[in-house]
Design a protein around this ligand. Structure first.
Ligand SMILES: Nc1ncnc2c1ncn2[C@@H]1O[C@H](COP(=O)(O)OP(=O)(O)O)[C@@H](O)[C@H]1O
Ligand SMILES: [Mg+2]
Length: 341
């Protein structure tokens, strides 16, 4: 649906160059929700702006439905932009227009007859749950309601793609969850491909199928959300994941454990099917070893379970070694190092 082919964007300022996006290659499939996460300044917004040619790539190409967007004429570009809806962190609504007026705007631009516009606006407002607010002005709305208007306006011309630039970053957690549910509905019921950028791992975890991590203009890691969460490769990806999943007690608690003469700790990670299997008690019982669960969580991600436990073992050394070897066959198990201090 969208393909970045070594797409790069360099801004040339008076005294220096900013390499905002450096040769990014990504392929976003039809019907998926693809998330790009990165800290502020990573180049996410610039990358999005390449898709509808708000920025022209300095090198490489961006293709939408197989067509290089840089090759389009002005007229073709206007048509392309009608197939790509966009929503923003600050909603970008027209304050002088009513809710209905905001949603009607892109339809007017597209030359839709007045009667059809009215019907379509009513349908869109009902879809986003704002029918009663049709004649209100944006300043009378909450942040979540404003973003609903933004979404209704973005999908008014029945686009194939919805691009979201930090669409929930100005919202509280409950409202964020509500907007993410609406985006999921847009994806499922209307079949839009969604490309979103965010600095919040929670957003990725909640609705994305696949994710790419950006840093300093580059994609440093990409994959399915499940694989990325369960097996992150890059330190930055690990930092993002730690922000949503507290899977390690504080260093303070761990060093206390060590000072008190606590045994070596192991992290045990169960994934998918295995999470329902009492493997830990089965293997330890077999070797006459006791297991002490020090810390842990079991979570659901993309419909699969992930267990993440910190354990120590009580038993003679060779039995404990056998337990670890046997567990290693079915789960991930690694020694946890305790930082002093
Ligand atoms: N129009 C511009 N002119 C000059 N530099 C820009 C422009 N737009 C973005 N940048 C720079 O490009 C880098 C990436 O910015 P941006 O794409 O907005 O990152 P993000 O959305 O991940 O926060 C930043 O260093 C930013 O200052
Ligand atoms: Mg940005």
């Amino acid at each position: 649906m969208i393909e970045f082919k070594q797409a790069a964007k360099t801004f040339r300022l008076a005294n220096r160059e900013v390499h905002a996006v450096k040769e990014v290659s990504l392929s976003i499939e039809q019907g998926e929700i693809f998330g790009i996460i990165g800290f502020s300044g990573a180049g996410k917004s610039t990358l999005l702006r390449l898709v509808n040619m708000l920025e022209r790539p300095t090198s490489g190409a961006v293709c939408v439905q197989g067509v290089d967007v840089a090759s389009l004429s002005q007229k073709e570009l206007r048509k392309l932009r009608r197939r790509i809806g966009m929503i923003f962190q600050n909603f970008n609504l027209f304050n002088s227009r009513t809710v209905a007026g905001n949603v009607a705007y892109p339809l007017k631009l597209a030359g839709v007859p007045k009667k059809e516009i009215n019907e379509r606006v009513a349908e869109l407002l009902s879809f986003v749950g704002l029918s009663e607010k049709a004649n209100d002005y944006p300043e009378q709305l909450s942040g979540g309601q404003k973003q609903r208007v933004g979404i209704a306006r973005a999908i008014a011309t029945s686009p194939d793609i919805l691009i979201c630039d930090e669409a929930t970053s100005a919202l509280d957690p409950d409202t964020t969850a509500e907007i993410l549910r609406l985006l999921k509905k847009v994806n499922k019921d209307l079949g839009l491909t969604i490309l979103l950028i965010t600095h919040e791992m929670n957003v990725i975890q909640t609705i994305c199928d696949r994710v790419a991590v950006m840093e300093n203009g580059e994609v440093i890691e990409q994959g399915s959300v499940f694989d990325t969460f369960t097996n992150p490769q890059h330190p930055t990806t690990k930092r993002f994941i730690e922000s949503v999943q507290k899977d390690r007690p504080s260093d303070h608690l761990l060093s206390e454990w060590k000072e008190r003469g606590g045994k070596q700790l192991y992290r045990v990670i169960f994934k998918g099917e295995v999470a329902g299997d009492p493997v830990l008690s089965r293997v330890t019982r077999k070797h006459g070893v006791d297991v002490n669960i020090v810390y842990g969580s079991v979570r659901e991600l993309q419909g699969k379970l992930i267990g993440n436990l910190l354990v120590s073992f009580e038993g003679d050394e060779s039995s404990v070694q056998q337990v670890i070897e046997e567990l290693n066959i079915v789960v991930e198990i690694e020694e946890v190092s305790v930082h002093e201090g």
